[in-house]
Design a protein around this ligand. Structure first.
Ligand code: NAP
Ligand code: 8YV
Length: 323
């Protein structure tokens, strides 16, 4: 008799090419399709060994506890602030994410968002489409040429952004808790001091409690009236009401935001501001990159259930396990 396939849970839908591979390898239970989700979880409690996770619904200890046979959570995305990885680690569950494969895409988008914001490219495009060019030329804009860049978070993506902007001829500095290995850009242990010294802050840290509201009213004040804030990290890293206030009062010059505190809901105060640029969390959103991320979700599960361990475990659930 053929060995039965491992059973996994899919809390939400994933890209069809991922679901097809998961169906071929595992017995997949789709929580989103269940009429009674609690009943499905209770029925599967002693059988589900893996989760393929892509939604931003929080995956906390209370949920994972209901699946006592759970061994691995394979998550789509490099950021995993919506998963309680510490709880998972303490309970012998491995969490994997999708680092590296999205680094270049996200860095490309961050740089694009910065250019869009400084040079008002979306606004000037809207101007053309509205037929206003026929009346007069679009007004002159701000520039990157006279700006110093401060990157908040100098990990994989922060470094890729810094390398791009260095090629643009712009001075780079960064803030993180520890100096990053292998880089020569100036490190600021204090964020407010860096904000005072630069004209652009690009935020690319993880989300979660350690970075909540890191960009607060004081940091925005230090950035100053010529300052541009770019956030491609998580909405939670920026104090959104403080940002709205700073944009309203022109405490800072402008902002380019890919992420928000309560996605997909964006505060109407931001939507109504014509001078800023807003993107719907698309930094990694190309077919090419999302496919690579999806493949890594599948490959982590495949490797795990082949007895070869996880490919990309997160720091809180190291592999081989810490003794
Ligand atoms: P990474 O390699 O782990 O880098 C994270 C960086 O943030 C490190 O330099 C780290 O340095 C710094 N950091 C962490 N906590 C901090 C704190 N409390 N204060 C200051 N700096 C802190 O991660 P990555 O691959 O570059 O990804 C970074 C994040 O980008 C992800 O976690 C995700 O939230 C976000 N992201 C967003 C999108 C999008 O679609 N918009 C796409 C991909 C990623 P220290 O530990 O020394 O402080
Ligand atoms: C994804 C992201 O869009 O990787 C991350 O941390 O924020 C993005 O690449 C997101 O995780 C997919 O839902």
């Amino acid at each position: 008799m053929a060995a039965s396939k491992p059973e996994i849970l899919l809390p939400g839908p994933m890209m069809p090419f991922i679901e097809d591979q998961l169906d071929a390898l595992f017995q997949v239970h789709r929580l989103a399709k269940a009429a009674d989700k609690d009943a499905l979880i209770a029925e599967l409690a002693r059988r589900v060994r893996g989760i393929a996770y892509s939604s931003h619904m929080p995956l906390n200890g209370a949920f994972m506890q209901r699946l006592p046979k759970l061994e691995i959570v394979s998550s789509f995305g490099v950021g995993y602030d919506s998963i309680d990885a510490k709880w998972a680690g303490a309970h012998g569950i491995v969490v994997t994410n999708t680092p590296d494969v999205l680094t270049d895409e996200v860095a490309d988008t961050a740089v694009a968002l910065l250019l869009m914001t400084a040079r008002e490219l979306p606004q000037s495009e809207r101007y053309l489409r509205a037929g206003k060019w026929l009346e007069k030329a679009y007004p002159l804009t701000a520039t990157l040429r006279d700006r110093k860049i401060g990157i908040v978070g100098m990990g994989r993506i922060g470094k890729a952004i810094a390398r791009r902007l260095e090629a643009f001829g712009l001075p780079i500095a960064y803030h993180s808790r520890n100096p990053a290995a292998g880089v020569s850009w100036k490190h600021y242990p204090d964020l407010k001091t860096m904000a005072r010294d630069v004209d652009v802050l690009i935020v690319i840290t993880p989300g979660g409690p350690a970075t909540k509201n890191l960009i607060n009213a004081e940091v925005l004040k230090a950035l100053g009236s010529n300052g541009i804030l770019i956030n491609v990290a998580r909405g939670s890293v920026v104090d959104e009401p403080a940002l709205i206030e700073a944009l309203r009062n022109r405490t800072i010059y402008s902002a380019g935001l890919d992420v928000f505190a309560d996605e997909p809901r964006v505060p109407k105060e931001l939507i109504e501001m014509e001078h800023i640029v807003l993107l719907p969390h698309v930094a990694s959103g190309s077919h090419y990159t999302r496919r690579a991320m999806g493949q890594l979700v599948v490959d982590n599960l495949k490797s795990w259930f082949a007895g070869k361990g996880p490919l990309t475990p997160v720091a809180e659930t190291p592999w081989p396990r810490a003794r």
